[in-house]
Design a protein around this ligand. Structure first.
Ligand code: HEC
Length: 163
């Protein structure tokens, strides 16, 4: 009897904590996304590249994040928002124009590597967003596009003699 009583108290306490953390605000507003500053617009990306990136990168690396229903439930909301802040901090495709030539070049090199190595999009993202799982072919298309934007022509190799 005593044991059940304690368990009940623990569950009530947990329930209260869960209810209370829902009150902590999470900013889900997107900063303005100006088309003229956008990577896909600026680089005149072909439609297939734009499709892949909007599906697989733009939720974390742009100001066009689409927030799913579970982004409204704490603590998942905190965790997602953290990824979005971190992702935008590393590379924000909506603010491509604000980057220097050097930053752009570096970002494209990193992006090609990340995609080829299967590190981006993040695993925790593709578990839920199955349509963001890239095929080998899509990985290669993206990496080739990033290399091309970087100025390496059609090269798809990760290791470049310029590095
Ligand atoms: C779920 C959110 C999410 C998605 C989707 C996502 N990223 Fe990221 N990305 C992050 C986070 C968080 C970081 C910073 C931490 C890290 O490097 O793991 C990051 C880092 C990066 C970096 C910087 C790496 C470095 O070390 O310099 C690049 C480049 C990148 N991502 C490219 C992409 C590309 C390209 C896509 C789409 C194919 C993509 N990401 C999809 C969240 C995401």
């Amino acid at each position: 009897m005593k044991k059940w009583f304690t368990l009940r108290r623990i569950l009530i306490a947990l329930g209260a904590v869960f209810a209370l953390i829902q009150l902590i605000p999470v900013d889900r507003s997107n900063p303005p996304a100006v088309p003229e500053n956008d990577f896909l617009v600026q680089t005149k990306a072909p439609e297939n590249i734009a499709q892949i990136m909007k599906t697989a990168c733009y939720d974390c690396h742009s100001n066009q994040t689409v927030y799913p229903w579970y982004s409204y439930i704490a603590p998942v909301s905190f965790w997602l928002k953290n990824h979005i802040n971190e992702g935008r901090g590393e590379l924000n495709f909506s603010e491509w124009n604000a980057m220097s030539a050097k930053e752009k070049s570096h970002a494209m090199k990193e992006a090609a590597e990340m995609v080829k190595e299967g590190e981006m999009p993040m695993n925790s993202y593709t578990w839920v967003h199955k349509d963001a799982r890239l095929t080998i072919q899509q990985q290669e298309q993206l990496a080739a596009w990033f290399s091309q934007v970087r100025g390496g022509g059609a090269e798809t190799e990760i290791e470049s003699h310029r590095d």
